[in-house]
Ligand binder design. Sequence first.
Ligand SMILES: [Zn+2]
Length: 485
Amino acid sequence: MVKKTLKALGIALALLIVVLLVKTLTYKTRQIAVEPLAPVALSDKCITHLSEAVKIKTVSHDVTTLDSAPFYQFQAFLKQSYPLADSLLHRQCINKLSLLYTWKGKNPALQPLLLIGHMDVVPAENGGGEQWEFPPFSGEINNNAVCGRGTLDDKVNVIGLLEAVEMLLKEGFKPERTIYLAFGHDEEIGGEKGAAKIAAYLQEQHVKAGFLLDEGLVITKGIVPGIKKNVALIGISEKGYVSVELAVETDGGHSSMPARETAIGILSEAVSKLEKHPMRSQLSAPVQRFLDYVGPEMPFLQRLAFANQWLLKNLILSIYEKSSNAGNALVRTTTAPTLFKSGTKDNVLPGYATATLNFRILPGETSDDVMAHIRKTIKDKRVKAKKLPNFSEPSPVSEIDCPEFACLQKSISQTFSNTIIAPSLVLAATDARHYSAITKNLYRFIPLIAESDDLKRIHGVNEKISCSDFLNAVRFYRQLIINAQ
Ligand SMILES: [Zn+2]
């Protein structure tokens, strides 16, 4: 009997190994074979233009205090630096400070291409006591890099696109399909007055775009574990955003005779429960697609795991959960306590305490799921939870089995040799989300090679871009416009 059981187990195990191996060996690459193009020559003016653009302090702090003067100055600078784009394209100011350029295509039957970016930047304080190597708005060109706030986020995009368009205009290029360049002025504070208004205008004009490209993920160097080559990540969805306020009201009173449970104590326990019991981890559609694209490029053991997600999904999930904060954020709706308020005096028991938690929602879940999770986890009727306004659900997941994604893939491969391309999930919010009524193919990607240190400079100190990286970005945009025809 024992012998028979062992034999049966042995056969089952052998079969399992065969299935795992077959799945691994037939796990086929999603990369396309494309010859890289010889880099086109670009003028040094591109670099000076980016440096000039950085000098204009287009800072967006918050909606009420936005200073419009630098944005008008930025508009004048673009007019003067890109005379062909200014005269040959139809240029409109939307809501005064945002810009929309229309480059009419020869074939009105083709769906337009929408290339977007933002002109505003975050303020440039000295982060954590560290000093900027050069003043953040000096646009200093040093050691073959343009330095300053906005070089990576997002003037590389705005200036890169305009350089590419100006160059194509000079070459006499005439697009088949209409191209829109849309530049918002308030992305860093939500995009409600900029991108949202441009999108509303386009919708009024019944524009349906073939695809949209916005900032987002980058070409990572040494960041995707197990892959030596650079990996270009294209954001095909972004997480949702909701902040929830928890409030506790009790009797308060004198601190010499405190009740067994106080407002602060009850609230602290609720926050602690939420932190200890986050929402469950899962492989959302964009992350699943990411695995499908990077998996076949991995060394054997990892390839085996990725090719057999039907069996090893939980192992993959736990690796991501434990790998880093970013890895964890890729596989679950995150919980971040951000505000905690209570009390007025050291000997007075406050009758009221509030805490705010910010959740970034994984595609496939909603802000209502977050609320349900909060109630279920806290299980305390004394803690009232309220969804704060300005929340957004996760964006729909863009298609990847389509000519539009292939066009993007090809343009990246032509400009950046030896690069793996993979769709992925954007953890932060971008302007792209405002355009979901205009196209279902929204892609979020900046043509920049970045290591983890470079990523820290975005919104941090010493933001800068190497001149060669910027020129490659211009080449990429130029190639994308050509390929999109
Ligand atoms: Zn940005």
